[in-house]
Design a protein around this ligand. Structure first.
Ligand SMILES: C[S@@+](CC[C@H](N)C(=O)[O-])C[C@H]1O[C@@H](n2cnc3c(N)ncnc32)[C@H](O)[C@@H]1O
Length: 460
């Protein structure tokens, strides 16, 4: 077992506000590929395993699907020991009205010992970045990938959903970004040193150095002046990481209530779109009695919003701009040692600040799955985990975040979720392997394709 309760942010991840609410939307997207996999599973009574179900969004979605299309499905959930969620319990109860659902406590890395007999589908949504961050980085990930073929039936499926990294062959490719928004500069000054020092990340190579220029001079990240535009040279994955962390911090600070206004981030009112594809929405929010907000700020925000029943509604772009100003003041208060702000910042750092969200590009991900799964030596015939159909690899963009990033940054990187439906293909099935190689050809570099070919042919 690689992950331990000490290294995993267990307490912070178990908070009701996190698993039950903050990390529990997009149930359709989380259950989508499991549902698709089941349409291709021949067993009339399939066994599914979901690792890291969190607040149970996928469980609830699947229960709702099987209410309409009855099928005797057995679902086993594997969750970290000690992590509890009320909404997961409700989803389990709902699932048990149409099938059988059991919750097992254990670590993803020990999946082979937690599940009896090979299963039809394993699903992991937003899990692999946690295994990378707390469970041994790349070697932890690779060990887990090597285990999957022994837990899956031949032609069984592994459903992958996690943060989309970058549209580049490697996270280490160097890029240049400029920042001039104060809240971002202030954030980078505080976040970068912390992440590089305390986070689990892959940026240790001599060519991974982050070089910050201000006024044509090189400055150390902790000395970055938030009033001056910065030009930063760094690995592209590092920029993606900073973007992702800014967004999770923003969400965390909103939910804490410390800014004096709290957007409704879940449920129907959180998707009040003016134009979905361009990410433009109305944001519903409430004021609270936080003393952080001055009465003049309260008056200004009220003036640019409308009242809506017991709360207010505001244009999303204006809301984002207001938030950036408030977030900048919040971060400066953390630096000054303000107790309340430091506490909110500290809980975010403990829960998210050390994590790496962008750990593999799509090219690297597909290559790693094919190669490490093919390396597995068990009593089962050798197989490889690869997506067979072209539509089994896709991304789902976060339009609202992308709109925000486009307005705040000079060269924003796309915010999206990477989705892949891997199939456990026996290496004797050359036809399925050819189709799978055709699918990954659209995403992998030639050198990675050659590595996959070699791995398959060595074992096959
Ligand atoms: C970011 S949450 C995602 C929750 C849910 N899958 C979703 O997409 O909404 C990660 C989940 O994986 C669990 N988790 C993290 N590391 C794990 C590990 N090593 N083994 C099993 N579960 C793990 C967490 O407790 C949590 O439930």
């Amino acid at each position: 077992m690689i992950g331990t309760a000490n290294s995993f942010a267990q307490q912070q991840k178990s908070e009701t506000t996190y698993l039950d609410v903050a990390a529990n939307d997009h149930g359709y997207e989380k259950g989508l590929l499991v549902h698709r996999a089941l349409t291709r599973v021949p067993d009339p009574d399939p066994h599914i395993v979901e690792i890291g179900p969190g607040g149970g969004a996928a469980v609830a979605f699947l229960a709702s699907q099987f209410e309409d299309e009855p099928r005797d499905v057995r679902l086993t959930l594997v969750e970290v020991p000690g992590v509890q969620s009320h909404s997961l319990s409700r989803a389990v109860d709902r699932f048990n009205t149409i099938g059988t659902c059991a919750l097992v406590h254990g670590w993803a890395q020990d999946i082979a010992t937690l599940v009896s007999g090979p299963v039809d589908v394993i699903s992991a949504s937003a899990l692999l970045h946690e295994v990378y961050s707390y469970g041994g980085a790349y070697s932890g990930l690779h060990t887990m990938i090597r285990t999957f073929p022994s837990v899956l039936k031949p032609y069984g499926f592994f459903v992958y959903r996690d943060v989309f990294a970058v549209d580049a062959p490697s996270l280490h490719e160097r890029a240049v970004q400029s920042y001039n928004a104060r809240s971002w500069l202030q954030f980078l000054r505080m976040f970068l040193p912390h992440y590089l020092h305390d986070g689990t990340h892959p940026y240790h190579h001599h060519d991974d150095e982050i070089v910050v220029h201000q006024n044509s001079r090189i400055v150390a990240a902790p000395n970055l002046d938030p009033r001056i535009c910065a030009v930063i040279h760094a690995p592209i994955g590092m920029f993606r990481e900073a973007q992702r962390h800014y967004i999770t911090l923003r969400d965390h600070v909103w939910r804490s209530g410390i800014l004096g206004f709290i957007p409704i981030l879940d449920g129907q009112l959180s998707g009040d779109w003016i134009d979905f594809r361009s990410g433009h929405k109305r944001v519903h929010f409430t004021f609270n009695d936080s003393t952080r907000m001055s009465s003049s700020d309260h008056t200004s925000i009220t003036a640019v919003s409308e009242s809506y029943g017991d709360h207010h509604v505001i244009d999303g772009d204006i809301f984002d701009a207001v938030t950036d100003v408030a977030l900048n003041l919040f971060l400066r208060a953390v630096e000054r040692g303000d107790t309340d702000c430091t506490q909110v910042w500290g809980t975010w750092l403990a829960r998210e600040g050390r994590e790496t969200y962008a750990y593999l590009t799509a090219d690297e991900l597909l290559t790693a799955f094919a190669m490490h799964s093919a390396e597995m030596c068990t009593n089962m015939p050798p197989s490889a985990l690869m997506p067979v159909l072209p539509e089994d690899v896709f991304v789902r963009e976060r339009h609202y975040y992308n709109r925000f990033l486009n307005k705040s940054l000079a060269n924003p990187l796309t915010d999206a979720k990477q989705m892949v439906l891997f199939q456990n293909i026996p290496l004797t099935d050359t036809e399925a392997l050819q189709r799978a190689l055709g699918t990954i050809r659209g995403h992998c570099s030639k050198s990675n394709l050659a590595r996959v070919h070699t791995a398959i042919h060595t074992r096959g």
